[in-house]
Design a protein around this ligand. Structure first.
Ligand code: NIG
Length: 381
């Protein structure tokens, strides 16, 4: 069935030829876009919806979340706000709660957070394992994630389980664990950071992933300077995420690579880390994505709108750059060409704002501006 959405005051397409249109319309044919252009030239359709001058953009592409979890870390957050530093060790608290939860509890928690994200305009969402850290618990997390998320990442190398030997644990991750989850995931990630995995251990994980034909991602340079960014570039990772502490050579390495720098401003704020140097990266020609990093420890928000507003108000990004990073940037970080863009053939993922322009996302921070969302052509909010 063809659906015509018309009366779009400002349409951000992210398509080089179509650009940003005023007085626009878009036609969905089932789950894909059939036509985009000026409203006056729109073809007929079975159903017509007039959005009366509101702004529309591609649905957010949230390329970094950790939503297969149970439990709560409010106390850790309160301690942090009272001055305690964030450390990777907090992950173990969520690992205990996640292992103790039933499949039904983990599924319900994941679905609740995904639908919270969709109601705020997210139409494509990646999520990770990483709160299981045993073969059975990681396999379970991957299976549960695959039923609710667009993209699934294996993050067995999130933390060395308390009491385990790091090298033996990396052997397990690269061997039996990876063999067991490989069929349920597209990506493999590693937390390359002091307190998690060092460069050599991280490289072992990425090499094992590549042998399985899986795509690579890295958590790098989150809590201090380190080798994560350069490792990601050297290994051809699709994305290196966090990037809060970058040297000039990290920025240069990213600029001469296909690796996307995925910035997680809500996490930087919640862990009291410096906001990632978005302006430096963009000025150097690096492809930048924005994502929520939704998880119960370092960044408990599903709001891409909050990330966009923060990027504009505090990280020196223009509204156009931030919106692009939160849509097309996320798609690039996931190496996808069917989302994050509005053009014929792309996924019919549309986010209509209750505002006349995308500028309101930063001009009216904290205000829930999502008016309607279509995900694969189906009304989702
Ligand atoms: O991306 N850095 C590692 N993993 C998560 C934090 C997870 C947690 O604290 O539970 C992150 O910030």
């Amino acid at each position: 069935m063809a659906v015509l959405i018309t009366g779009i005051g400002e349409l951000t397409t992210n398509d080089d030829e179509l650009g940003t249109l005023t007085g626009a319309a878009i036609v969905f044919d089932g789950p894909v876009i059939a036509w985009v252009g000026p409203a006056a030239a729109a073809p007929d359709a079975d159903e017509r919806i007039d959005v009366e001058g509101r702004a529309a953009l591609p649905g957010w592409v949230d390329s970094h979340t950790h939503l297969v979890f149970a439990g709560d870390r409010t106390a850790e957050f309160e301690a942090r706000m009272a001055g305690q530093p964030y450390s990777a060790g907090g992950i173990a608290v969520t690992v205990d709660a996640t292992r103790a939860a039933t499949d039904a509890e983990l599924t319900a928690n994941l679905r609740r957070h995904v639908s919270e994200a969709v109601r705020q305009g997210t139409t494509c969402l990646e999520t990770k394992t990483g709160y299981g850290l045993t073969v059975a618990d990681e396999v379970r997390a991957a299976r549960i994630a695959a039923a609710a998320a667009d993209e699934v990442t294996f993050l067995g190398a999130h933390l060395v389980p308390p009491g385990a030997d790091a090298e033996s644990y990396v052997d397990l991750v690269c061997g039996e664990m990876l063999d067991s989850v490989a069929g349920s995931v597209r990506w493999v990630d590693v937390f390359c950071e002091t307190g998690a995995f060092d460069e050599a251990q991280s490289e072992r994980v990425l090499r094992a992933a590549a042998r399985h034909g899986l795509g690579l991602r890295v958590h790098g340079n989150q809590l201090g300077p380190g080798p994560g960014v350069r490792l990601a570039v050297r290994m051809g990772a699709a994305s290196v995420d966090h990037c809060s502490h970058l040297s000039d050579s990290d920025v240069e390495a990213l600029a001469s690579s296909d690796t996307v720098a995925t910035l997680l401003p809500a996490c930087d704020l919640s862990t009291r880390q410096p906001l990632a140097p978005a302006r430096r990266l963009l000025d150097a020609g690096v492809t930048v994505a924005l994502a929520t990093n939704a998880n119960p420890g370092s960044s408990y928000t599903t709001s891409m709108g909050f990330c966009v507003a923060t990027a504009v108000l505090q990280m020196g990004m223009s509204v156009a750059e931030a919106v692009r990073a939160a849509t097309l940037g996320g798609a690039k970080a996931l190496r996808r060409t069917d989302v994050g863009v509005l053009r014929p053939g792309a996924r019919a993922d549309l986010h209509v704002l209750d505002a006349p322009s995308r500028t309101h996302l930063a001009y009216r921070p904290g205000v829930p501006l999502t008016w309607r969302v279509w995900r694969q052509g189906t009304p989702a909010a």
